[in-house]
Design a protein around this ligand. Structure first.
Ligand code: HEM
Length: 134
């Protein structure tokens, strides 16, 4: 599996652990105040990261070069900032709004880099096109 897939899966499983912890705390306390943070950590942090990791594992030629690494770091840092700030916002810290916005924009930028990787041919990203079987 390409290194970038490992990175996406490692980040994703850490998001899932945090997301599930928030879910358990909400369930046990019967206080569902941070449901927005819980849902975004699980869906953006775990599900989407795992899909990106799976994409690179299925298309190893696309995993080469700078762009996949930029994709991983911009996206993951964006989700960390956005979901952390969203959690604090939902806990009553109104000053978190700019950080939620900044993290959201970074996350969206990461998705656009991912779209670029998906649409571009592997050769223009620095990958090697697979040779046809003889
Ligand atoms: C042990 C694991 C989990 C627990 C204990 C848990 C618990 C909860 C709780 C208590 C709520 C609030 C429900 C409400 O206020 O209406 C919730 C909402 C939600 N959870 Fe989880 N959850 C878990 C895992 C997950 C996972 C893995 C995902 C996604 C991959 C997820 C996605 C969502 C979403 C999208 C909502 C919002 C639903 C809505 O607002 O209608 N949860 N969860």
């Amino acid at each position: 599996m390409p290194k970038i897939s490992h990175l996406f899966f490692r980040a994703g499983i850490l998001f899932l652990i945090v997301g599930i912890a928030l879910g358990l705390i909400m369930s046990m306390s019967q206080v569902h105040d941070v449901v927005g943070a819980h849902a975004h950590i699980n869906l953006l942090g775990w599900v989407t990261s795992a899909i990106f990791g799976g994409y690179y594992a299925l298309n190893p030629a696309k995993a080469e070069g700078m762009l996949p690494r930029l994709h991983f770091w911009v996206y993951t840092i964006g989700v960390v900032i956005m979901s952390g700030a969203l959690y604090l916002l939902l806990k009553g810290n109104a000053g978190m709004v700019p950080l939620v916005a900044g993290g959201s924009l970074l996350t969206a930028a990461g998705v656009l880099i991912g779209a670029w990787v998906i649409f571009m041919p592997a050769t223009s990203l620095g990958g090697v096109r697979a040779q046809p079987a003889e």
